[in-house]
Ligand binder design. Structure first.
Ligand SMILES: NC(=O)c1ccc[n+]([C@@H]2O[C@H](COP(=O)([O-])OP(=O)(O)OC[C@H]3O[C@@H](n4cnc5c(N)ncnc54)[C@H](OP(=O)(O)O)[C@@H]3O)[C@@H](O)[C@H]2O)c1
Length: 332
């Protein structure tokens, strides 16, 4: 096993190389354009089909590779981005770590705390990083929300309400395939659940959860989860795959309410609005435009370079997987 240590002091001037396994829609639309602006060198894209890899690689200057394993054997690849169907994340993340690569796994990374812990242990044994891609966390609008909360703009936080729902998409797509880890909870419910954890304390319990299944499609298409932390702050998370589009959360405090109107998927050019309601006053705060995918690859790169940044990503991965699994169990 060759492990190349890219931490400062031991690296050369060489830029870190990244490869992508799976020519997913999200890789083509958001990740590749962001990687090309990031500190990474895009070394290769791999697909089960060489023709597909070639068409995605065209114009990027990177190699097209047939088969994911072949990409994991490439020496210039220090890190791997895994935008595969949810059911494939754990297996390919493990194989990438075993091949000595840092790994960025698309959300929802894995479906149990045990699996997440196993990946983190493997990464830590080998001096590597494993990180879950929640791109929305990299948008500065959430930092502004945290600052307002810390400044007391809404008093003490009492509850979080998060909603992410999208209209139906291609019924043959991976979102609707139970055996590929699809369904509303895993595909979209993970967003408000992840956002809630930015505001609730560590000891978050699941008070209730429900999932609505579409018998014909064989997956959950709608759901809700109710959480509470040790201090009694609650989170109500609603989500669905058969809804009009909503992507928002609000923080309701003792003195006011702060709403992020486009919380999870603002486009690169959008300037999302934070609405602050305080007694008889409403203030609209316009956040700067931001490519949150570029932010992800920047954060991933930074934690490859600086090992002290890795434990936080590892804790977040395990915590999110554990909470999601408990919600799934609670829903029955
Ligand atoms: N962070 C975000 O904003 C965001 C947004 C959307 C989706 N996602 C996540 O990103 C991942 C990919 O989502 P997507 O919508 O981009 O998926 P997609 O377009 O369907 O791509 C999935 C890719 O996985 C590969 N694959 C391997 N085994 C497969 C199988 N049995 N069936 C289908 N594809 C298979 C295929 O690549 P090859 O054919 O090239 O091998 C395929 O292109 C999911 O985990 C999803 O939750 C994240």
């Amino acid at each position: 096993m060759n492990i190349e240590d890219l931490t400062p002091g031991q690296e050369s001037e060489r830029r870190a190389g990244i490869g992508i396994i799976g020519c997913a829609d999200i890789a083509v639309r958001r990740a590749i354009p962001a990687i090309r602006k990031s500190p990474f060198d895009l070394v290769a894209v791999a697909s089960r089909s060489l023709a597909k890899a070639e068409s995605v690689a065209a114009g990027t200057g990177c190699a097209a590779v047939e088969g994911y394993e072949a990409l994991l054997r490439m020496p210039g690849v220090d890190a791997v981005y895994v935008p595969l169907p949810n059911s494939e994340h754990a297996e390919w993340a493990r194989r990438a770590l075993e091949a000595g690569k840092h790994v960025l796994i698309e959300k929802p990374a894995v479906q149990s705390a045990g699996t997440a812990r196993g990946l983190v242990e493997l990464a830590e044994e080998r001096g590597l990083l494993v990180m879950e891609n929640f791109a929305f966390l990299r948008h500065p609008q959430h930092d502004r929300a945290q600052d307002l909360l810390a400044e007391g703009a809404i008093g003490e936080l009492r509850s979080f309400n998060g909603v992410f729902g999208i209209p139906p998409t291609d019924p043959n797509g991976i979102k609707y395939q139970a055996e590929l880890g699809g369904g509303a909870l895993w595909e979209v419910g993970c967003y408000p659940v992840r956002a809630a954890q930015e505001y609730l304390g560590e000891a978050t319990e699941v008070l209730g959860a429900a999932l609505e299944f579409d018998a014909k499609q064989g997956v959950d298409v709608s759901g809700v989860a109710l959480l509470r932390d040790g201090a009694g702050v609650t989170a109500n998370c609603s989500f669905g795959l058969s809804h009009s589009y909503r992507s928002t959360y609000d923080l309701w405090g003792s003195e006011g309410r702060l709403t992020l109107e486009w919380a999870f998927t603002p486009s690169r050019d959008a300037r999302p609005v934070l609405r602050l309601e305080q007694r008889d006053r409403e203030t609209r705060i316009i956040a700067p435009a931001s490519d949150q995918f570029l932010g992800v690859f920047g954060a991933f790169h930074a934690a490859i370079r600086d090992a002290s940044a890795r434990p936080a990503h590892h804790r977040e991965l395990v915590r999110q997987a554990g909470l999601m699994a408990r919600i799934r169990t609670h829903a029955g």
